[in-house]
Structure formats: C-alpha cells, structure tokens
Design a protein. Structure first.
Ligand code: ZN
Length: 703
C-alpha cells in the first residue's frame, strides 16, 4: 500500500467519494474513470507523447495554436492538454514591507515574461469545465506536482484528481503509468508549495527593504534582489573570489632527477616536493650530482580494479559535461530536458545513481546497437559480460526517479552537436556501468641517496585491461613506463633539475563548482540550483569575463551589506535549516503552515533589525551601485570604492597589508630585495588582482 491514508488526512482534509474507492488497491486505471478526463502535461511536447501513447490516432484540436488531443472509447473521453511550465505565481497587492499576505494568481497578469501562458490557461479553464476528472501528468517531481496541482485546484476539482507517475516518455511506460493512476501526491505538493512560499516571503521582504533603503538615501528606484538560496550562494562566490584576488604567490621548489638503468631513462621526483627554500633544494641537487647514483630501496606494485562510475544523476552529468565539453550546468540541464521530451532518455532532474530494478537492460542495449556509433561497443559489452548485465550503482537515491538512462528509442531527427554530446555521454555511461572494472598496475619505486639522506619516487602505470574505459573513455589514466627494477639496484643519475614554481590561488570558480558547493552544503534542489546560479548573472551580481566568473561591484556591495547587517541571510545555516524542514513535509513529519509561520517570524525579526540600520544600508548600497557619488575614492585608479584606511578601500588595504606581511616569508624562501619582490608580484600571472593593483600603485608612488 502506497498511501497511508491517516497521515494524508492530517495534511489535507479530503473529500470522500472517489479517492476512497481507490484506497482499496491504491491505484486506478484512467479507463476505469467514466465520463470526461482531463490529463494535464507539463509541456506541449509531453502532451503529444502522452496522447500518442494512449491511442494510435487521437483527434487533434487547437486553441490559439496550442494543440490538445481527444481520445474516446465507449465509456470515457480522455482529453490531453498542456501547461507551459508554471501558470501561477505568488503575488501580493500590498505595497511596502514586511508583507505576509499573498495568493496564487495567473502568472501572465503580473509577469511579462509569462504573457504566452494566458492562452494555455484559457484553454485549460475551458476544458476543465467540461471534465469530471483530472490527472496531473506533469513531470514527476516537486515542481511538476505543484504546476499540475495549482491548475486543478483553480480550474478543476482536487477531490476528483489523480497523479500519473512516470520517469520517461517512452510509450510503454506512459501506458503503464496511466493504468495505475495514484491519488494526488500531497506530500510533494505541500513541500513544493512551502518552498515557493518561503522563497517568495524571503525574496520580497528583504529585497523591498533594501530597495526602500536605497530610495530613502538617493530618491531613486532600483531593482535589487536577495533570496533564500541565492544570497548564501553569492556570498560563497564572493568569498572564493576574494581569496583569489588577495592571493600572494610564494616561490616553492621541486627537485627532479633523470635516471638511467640498462639504457632506459626515467624521471624520479623528490618525495618531499615541493620544498619552501631554494637553498634546501639546491643542497639536494648538489648532493645528488656528487654521488652520481641512487639505490632502489623499495618497490610497491599494486594491481587494482578500477570500477566503473555509477549511472548519471543530474549533477554528475553536469559535472562531466562541464569537464569534457565546457558546458554550463544550465545548458546541460536544458539539453537533457530536450532529450527527455524526445523520449530518448529518462527524466533528467534526478539525484539518483541507481537504475530502476525492472528495467530491461538487454532490450535497451540491443536498440542502442542500431545506432552506428554504438553497435560494436554493444556487441563487445554483451560478449565481455557474457550477457549478464549487472549495473554498478551509487549511493545516492531519489524517491521520485531513477538515474538517467537512455530509453533505447532512436532519435527521429538529427541531434544538434551539443544534444549529441550529452546523449553520447549518457549512452556511454550506461554501457560502462555493466562493463568489468579496468585492471591497472601501478608501480611505485622508492630510490634513495647512498646514505639515505633523501628519497625519491618514480611511478609507472600500465592499463592491463581497459574494462569500462573502452565504453566511457573520459577517465583514462595516462600510461607511464618504467624499466625493470629490483630492490638494491643502482641507478645512474643523468641530470638533476631544480624547478621553481609559485603557490597557486584557489582555482577560479566555474558554474559547476558553485553548483557542487550548493549540493554539498544542502541548499537548493536538482531543479533549481543551475537556475539560481544563472539568476546571479542576470541580476548583475556576477559577470562572465574572458577568463571566467567575476563578481561585480554590486555583487560585492550586496554581500558587504548582508555581512555587516544580516549575517544570517548570507549564512548557509538558516537556509539549510529550512531545507530540512521542507524535507520533513515530504516525510509527513510537519505541516506547511507551521513552517511558513516560522519563516514569517524569522523575517519579521530580520526586518525589525534592518529598520534600525536602513540609512546606513541605503548609503552603502547606493554607493556600490554607483548611484551616489562617493565623496572620496580609493587611491587605486580603477577602483570606485570609498577609502577604508591609508586612502585605500577595504580590499585594497587588505591587499597592501598582505604584501607587507608576506615579504619576510618570501625572503626566507628565496633571497630578494623588497623592490625585487614587488617587481616579481607585479609580473606574475598568479598574483591576485587586488594585490597587483596595490603593488603597481606602490611602485608608481616610488618612481
Ligand atoms: Zn580599492
């Protein structure tokens, strides 16, 4: 039994009649519903696939260009129509803040970007009036549950409504799904409504408070936005960006030695690489040259099985698409969604790394074999596994969907280059999960100087059997050869080299890194993370530059204000706490009303605190927006921030202090005068932007 009726009653008082009938077996077939049934899909393409799965020749009608489908049999008429994503939005008529009263209204009334949804809503309204039953057949996740529910609630009757659950748009799965319609999934609906309400309350109240503060300070109206998930994410990017911009590269040294044994040459590296001081590295090099040989002290030969990775969930797919093809998470998500609507892959917005238990793997493989690129791979896989198809799976699960897999349906029209790239990744990954592990032998040789003062390491790597790497070649380790060596062997030193490098700043963030971080701290959802990242760009808080992601003055300004006055809003803690509460709704441990009430209390307190500082906040923000000319500016010519100390803004001052403080460490590593140190910092690519700014400024002042 899938439904615990008593718990469900707690969340939503229900009508007797229809759902009770269904209670007996837990599901009902769409063809058992007598009369007219309205099926609501999330998008037009999905509605077409559903209609074609339910009947060979559904009658097609159009309303203002939007197709809908009718299927009749002796006792029922099924009408399949479509939403266009969200048709409703939260809205308030109240101005000012705090605002705690709101309602769902048609999105086109208040959002210009949603004007195209008016016709969809009109059509659904007209069809709803004619129908006795309603089926929410939107994508089976929280958003889909909310989209369908709001339509049924406003235009139909939720007491006579059902949910279709499916993970791909393959006809057989759709047919199975409509023969087992479930009651509305109130746990997902309630969790989804709660998430929307929290996001709305947070966004509108804090944003309005900030905009009001700017207005009071400058008399200008602006658009600013902060969000429950958006703001901690922005703060993370700002923190990481600052670390980079304030980075002082320090010299470090590594010793490498070219060795020879029986005419074969190979390289070994000092075990303690890198070392801080140049003098120490040079001492090692001198000693090596004077001895002229090393002795093999130890050999570690490790033969290991390198297992295939699990099937894709959305973030793993986004990660690989970024790594291999440089696609942004949003791009990957959009492309995967297109492939899903073509029924080529299962539902992509999933966290699961497990394949569905009942899936006929062999049937899918044989269908994929009809695609030229995969035919020989599939034959090889079937031979290699002797037809025993047991997938490797990961830990992560998703209550709504399995991992992403190819359905085996063949593309009906040519895929675009990017679509093909994503499809290929998914197919290859699917093949790889059944393949045997790769067998790799790694040899680590430890060599020492004659009196054991220093030890060196050389590694060799041989791929003995490629296993899954044949199907998914994007993780192939590089093979490296070593000559045959035994313990006690004496190996000739051919050449010694001391390399200088510099400590690196943390790597520049990519969108996928931000997404991974959000995932790791548990904020946002599979469906929303990529979108929230894009919003930070749309709002002008982040910018894409030639070299990667950068934070704008406005982005820094917002985080400055948040950190100073409302650290709670920038912290992950508060957001994560509410995410956990939303999870509790799904698990039927809590009610939406209770959580929304709690959120209102938190916001009320934040706003009270805010009002005490609003003048200061307004000034800070309007300066970072360039609305109010700053009376004096940071001495760095390109900087518009106001001075904090010594004529420099906060960040440049911080950079200057670092430059001063790090000199002694630099000098300890490699002797250099202060002037040489500055010249080097000015030149090095690894130097943080703010550090370089102040170094140039200091050098210029010294001229
Ligand atoms: Zn500055």
């Amino acid at each position: 039994m899938l439904i615990q009726w008593d718990n469900l009653m707690l969340i939503q008082p229900r009508d007797e009649s229809y759902q009770f009938k269904l209670h007996d077996k837990g599901f009902i077939s769409i063809w058992e519903l007598k009369g007219k049934v309205l099926v609501i899909a999330e998008k037009p393409k999905a509605s077409k696939r559903i209609a074609l799965a339910l009947a060979q020749n559904p009658t097609v009608y159009r309303y203002k260009g939007i197709p809908y489908y009718e299927i009749r049999n002796a006792t029922s008429t099924v009408i399949v129509a479509s939403a266009a994503g969200h048709l409703y939005e939260l809205h308030t008529d109240a101005s000012g803040y705090p605002v705690f009263e709101y309602k769902w209204i048609p999105a086109y009334l208040v959002n210009d970007e949603k004007s195209h949804t008016k016709a969809y809503l009109e059509l659904l309204e007209m069809l709803s009036k004619r129908c006795n039953y309603y089926v929410n057949a939107c994508d089976y996740d929280i958003e889909g549950s909310v989209i369908g529910y709001l339509i049924i609630k406003h235009l139909g009757d939720e007491r006579r409504a059902f949910r279709a659950k499916f993970s791909s748009l393959v006809p057989s799965e759709l047919r199975a799904s409509f023969s087992r319609l479930m009651p509305l999934d109130y746990d997902m609906i309630e969790a989804g409504l709660c998430r929307h309400e929290l996001d709305w309350l947070w966004g509108i109240n804090i944003s309005r408070a900030l905009m009001r503060a700017v207005f009071k300070s400058t008399g200008r109206r602006t658009t600013l936005s902060v969000g429950r998930v958006q703001t901690p994410t922005l703060k993370y990017v700002v923190d990481k960006t600052l670390e980079r911009k304030l980075h002082i590269p320090l010299p470090q040294f590594s010793v490498h030695v070219l060795l020879e044994k029986d005419g074969a040459r190979f390289v070994a590296d000092l075990s303690t690489n890198p070392i801080a001081r140049k003098a120490d590295a040079e001492a090692v090099a001198r000693l090596l040259s004077s001895h002229g040989y090393l002795v093999v002290k130890d050999l570690h030969i490790e033969r290991y099985r390198y297992s295939p990775p699990p099937p894709f969930n959305l973030s793993d797919l986004q990660e690989e698409a970024a790594r291999i093809y440089g696609l942004s998470p949003m791009e990957t998500q959009n492309i995967a969604e297109q492939l899903y609507l073509e029924a080529l892959i299962s539902y992509p917005r999933t966290n699961s790394q497990k394949l569905p238990p009942g899936l006929n793997y062999k049937e899918i493989l044989l269908k994929l074999a009809q695609i030229k690129d995969y035919s020989s791979l599939v034959s090889r896989l079937i031979a290699e596994t002797k037809g025993i198809l047991k997938p490797v799976e990961g830990e992560k699960e998703d209550p709504a969907h399995p991992a992403i897999y190819p359905t085996g349906l063949l593309p009906q029209k040519p895929l675009s280059k990017k679509q093909h790239a994503i499809y290929d990744l998914i197919v290859r990954r699917f093949l790889a999960v059944f393949a045997p592990p790769a067998i790799i032998t790694r040899t680590k040789v430890i060599l020492v100087t004659p009196r054991h003062e220093y030890s060196f390491e050389a590694t060799g790597l041989v791929i003995e059997s490629p296993g899954w790497l044949t199907y998914y070649p994007f993780h192939k380790p590089e093979a490296r050869m070593l000559p045959y060596l035994r313990q006690g062997d004496v190996v000739k030193v051919v050449k010694v080299k001391v390399n200088r490098s510099y400590t690196k700043p943390p790597p520049r963030l990519r969108k996928i890194d931000i997404l991974r971080w959000m995932e790791s701290v548990g904020i946002g959802t599979e469906s929303t993370r990529a979108l929230i990242i894009e919003k930070l760009f749309e709002r002008g808080y982040l910018a894409s530059t030639r070299t990667g992601i950068d934070v704008t003055d406005l982005g820094f300004g917002i985080v400055d204000v948040i950190e100073k006055f409302f650290p709670e809003l920038g912290s992950v803690e508060l957001t994560r706490r509410f995410e956990a509460l939303i999870e509790d709704i799904m698990k039927r441990r809590r009610l939406r009303e209770e959580i929304v009430q709690g959120a209102k209390e938190v916001i009320r307190k934040l706003i009270e605190k805010f009002d005490m500082y609003s003048i200061e906040v307004g000034k800070m923000l309007s300066r970072s927006m360039g609305l109010e000319p700053v009376t004096s500016k940071c001495n760095i010519p390109s900087c518009r921030r106001e001075p904090y100390a010594n004529g420099l803004c906060k960040y440049h001052y911080q950079a200057l202090e670092l430059v001063k403080n790090m000199y002694s460490e630099w000098k300890n590593r490699e002797n250099a005068s202060f002037a040489e140190y500055l010249a080097k910092l000015a030149k090095l690519k690894l130097t943080g932007d703010y550090v370089r700014d102040v170094v140039k400024y200091v050098l210029k002042a010294g001229d």
